[in-house]
Ligand binder design. Structure first.
Ligand SMILES: [Zn+2]
Length: 100
């Protein structure tokens, strides 16, 4: 189903962003996440799967605001950090389209 595919794609992008951040900031080996980051990824995944809006707006323009304050702040930091890194490495295809 189309919606599921979209969700899966968003979740894969999330994993890439959080993974990049965790490797850079928490020095975890490639392919692994520290406990803190895997918790955040699990949280973000549930939120994405439960998002009632289709098409999903960017969170900035979303009226649901499903993220808790703390998680929102962390995701923002991760997006800023990993967005810069991925851009430097030419991964424009991953440019964040849906968060913040
Ligand atoms: Zn981490």
């Amino acid at each position: 189903m189309e919606k599921t595919q979209k969700q899966e794609k968003d979740i894969r992008v999330l994993e890439t962003f959080i993974g990049c951040y965790c490797r850079g900031k928490h020095k975890t080996p490639k392919g692994a996440l520290c406990e803190e980051c895997s918790e955040l990824l699990a949280y973000a995944r549930v939120k994405r799967e439960k998002c009632p809006l289709d098409p999903k707006p960017t969170c900035k323009h979303c009226h649901v605001h499903c993220y808790g304050k703390a998680q929102r702040a962390r995701i923002r930091e991760i997006m800023a950090y990993s967005g810069k890194h991925l851009m430097l490495r030419g991964r424009l295809d991953l440019l964040w389209h849906y968060f913040f």
